[in-house]
Design a protein around this ligand. Structure first.
Ligand code: LLP
Length: 422
C-alpha cells in the first residue's frame, strides 16, 4: 500500500490505482496521495494516544490541500497553522476553530485579529513583542486570547540544520528564564490568558533522545509553575516525527514517542496537543513524472524529468534523498544517472549518481515519500505552472487540485500603465 515501506509490491499501483493510467488521465508532473495510507498513520497515532486527553493538530504547512485537510478533519484532527492563509484552509476544510493553534514568529496584526475573530483555541507565542501585540489586538476587539509560550529548550534535534528549531541560536521560542518572567507578570495581561506551554524542536527527527530532553525541560518548568500557583492548562509537544526516506532510515514508532511523552509529563492533568505534519502525509505521497530525455554527458548520464525543483524543492534545499523508481513491472538492467529537472540551475537535481533500472524517454517515474513539503513548497519558478494533485482511495482516484493554467499563473500581473504618486 505504502510504496516507501512495501518494496515487495510491484511499483505499478498505489492504493489500488494503476499509476500509468492515472498519469495518462491527468498528465505529469502529478502528485498522488493515498487516503488509505494517511488514515492508517492517523489511526496509529490515535491508538498510541488512547486514554489521554489529547488533540492532534495537523501541521497544515506539510500539505494544505483541501482534500487532505478534510481527511484530517473527518478523523477528528485539528490544525497547527502559521498564517491567515492556513487558517482559511483549515476552516474551509471543516476544522473546528477550537482545534486550531497558531504558531510562528511573525504573526502580523491582521492575522492575529483574524484568528481571534475565528475563535481559535490558542496562540503559540514566540516573543514578548508578540505577546504584547496579542494583548493590544484582543483588547481592541474586546476579546480574550488564550496563549501558550513557546519554549526554546536549547536541545539539538539531530536533524538537518535548516529544519532544526530548538537550539538557543534559532529564531524560535523563548528561554525558560524569559518564560518564567512572562508567567510572573501574567496578572498584568487583561486580554490574554497565558496558561499553556509549547515546544517544537525540529523536523524529520529520527531519535527519541532529543524529544526526551526537550520534554523533560518543559516538564520541569511546568512543575515549577504549578508549585508557584500558575495553572498550566495545556502542553503542546509540537511535531517533528521523522519518516523513512531511504533504506536504513530507522524511524520512531508512535507508541515509543507517546511513551516518552507520557513519562516526561507524568502527573500532568491538562490537555495535550501534538502537531505532526510530515509523519501523517509524507510516505502517503508520490510525485509522478515522465522522463523527457536521457542526455549522455561527458562525465555522466542525465535522466531529465518533467518535474523540477519548483515542484519538489527538498532535494535542492536540503540535499534530501527521495527514492526514485520507474513505474514498471518489468525487470531491467541497471544504469547510473544524475536525475535532474528542466529548470535552469545546477541545483535542480533530484539525485546524483543514482543507480536505477535503465530508462528511456517517455517512461513514467515516481519520486517517493513526497506527500509532505512537496506541493506545499512548490513555486512557479521558470514560469512552470503548479502541478496537479490527486487523492487515491482503494482503487479510486479524485482530482483534488487541477493543474494550474497559464492564465492562472499570470493572473494579477499587468503592464505598468496606471502610474500613481504618493
Ligand atoms: N509545529 C511547528 C511549530 C512547526 O514549525 C512544524 C514544522 C511542525 C509543527 C510540523 O513538523 P513536522 O511534524 O512536519 O516535522 N520544509 C522542511 C520541513 C520544515 C518544517 C517546519 N516546521 C522539509 O521539507 O523537510
Amino acid at each position: 500500500m505504502n510504496p516507501a515501506t512495501m518494496d515487495t509490491s510491484p511499483s505499478t499501483h498505489f492504493d489500488g490505482v494503476d499509476l500509468v493510467a492515472l498519469a495518462e488521465r491527468h498528465g505529469t508532473p502529478l502528485y498522488a496521495y493515498s487516503a488509505n495510507a494517511i488514515r492508517q498513520r492517523i489511526a496509529g497515532l490515535q491508538q498510541a494516544l488512547h486514554g489521554m486527553d489529547a488533540t492532534i493538530c495537523y501541521a497544515v504547512k506539510a500539505n494544505g490541500n483541501r482534500a487532505i485537510l478534510e481527511l484530517m478533519a473527518q478523523a477528528g484532527l485539528g490544525a497547527d497553522i502559521v498564517s491567515a492563509g492556513e487558517l482559511q484552509r483549515a476552516l474551509r476544510a471543516g476544522m473546528p476553530p477550537e482545534r486550531i493553534v497558531f504558531s510562528g514568529v511573525g504573526k502580523n496584526d491582521g492575522e492575529i485579529a483574524e484568528a481571534l475573530a475565528a475563535g481559535i483555541q490558542r496562540f503559540n507565542v514566540e516573543s514578548l513583542d508578540e505577546l504584547h501585540a496579542i494583548e493590544r489586538i484582543a483588547g481592541e476587539h474586546g476579546a480574550m486570547a488564550r496563549a501558550a509560550v513557546r519554549i526554546n529548550p536549547d536541545v539539538d534535534a539531530l536533524t538537518h540544520a535548516k529544519i532544526s528549531t530548538g537550539k538557543s541560536e534559532n529564531k524560535f521560542g523563548v528561554s525558560i528564564a524569559e518564560a518564567r518572567r512572562w508567567f510572573d507578570a501574567r496578572a498584568t495581561l487583561k486580554h490574554v490568558l497565558l496558561d499553556g506551554l509549547h515546544v517544537h524542536i525540529g523536523s524529520q527527527i529520527l531519535s527519541l533522545e532529543p524529544y526526551r530532553q526537550a520534554l523533560q525541560r518543559v516538564a520541569a518548568f511546568w512543575r515549577e509553575l504549578r508549585d508557584a500557583g500558575h495553572p498550566v492548562a495545556s502542553i503542546d509537544v509540537g511535531g517533528g516525527l521523522g519518516v523513512r526516506y531511504r533504506d536504513g532510515d530507522t524511524t520512531i514508532a508512535p507508541a515509543d514517542y507517546v511513551a516518552v511523552i507520557r513519562e516526561a509529563l507524568a502527573g500532568f492533568e491538562g490537555h495535550l496537543l501534538l502537531e505532526p505534519g510530515r509523519y501523517l502525509v509524507a510516505e502517503a505521497g508520490v510525485l509522478l513524472t515522465r522522463v523527457l530525455r536521457i542526455k549522455h554527458g561527458e562525465a555522466r548520464d542525465f535522466l531529465v524529468l518533467d518535474a523540477a525543483m519548483n515542484d519538489l524543492a527538498r532535494p535542492s534545499l536540503y540535499d534530501a534523498w527521495h527514492d526514485i523508481v520507474p513505474v514498471s513491472g518489468e525487470a531491467r538492467p541497471r544504469a547510473v544517472y544524475d536525475v535532474v529537472g528542466p529548470v535552469c540551475e545546477t541545483g535542480d537535481t533530484f539525485a546524483q549518481a543514482r543507480t536505477l533500472p535503465a530508462c528511456t524517454a517517455g517512461d513514467l517515474v515516481m519520486i517517493r515519500a513526497t506527500g509532505a513539503y512537496g506541493s506545499s513548497m512548490a513555486s512557479t519558478y521558470n514560469s512552470r505552472p503548479l502541478a496537479a494533485e490527486v487523492l487515491l482511495d482503494r482503487g479510486r482516484f479524485a482530482l483534488v487540485r487541477r493543474r494550474q493554467t497559464l492564465d492562472e499563473m499570470l493572473a494579477g500581473e499587468q503592464s505598468a500603465s496606471q502610474w500613481e504618486t504618493t
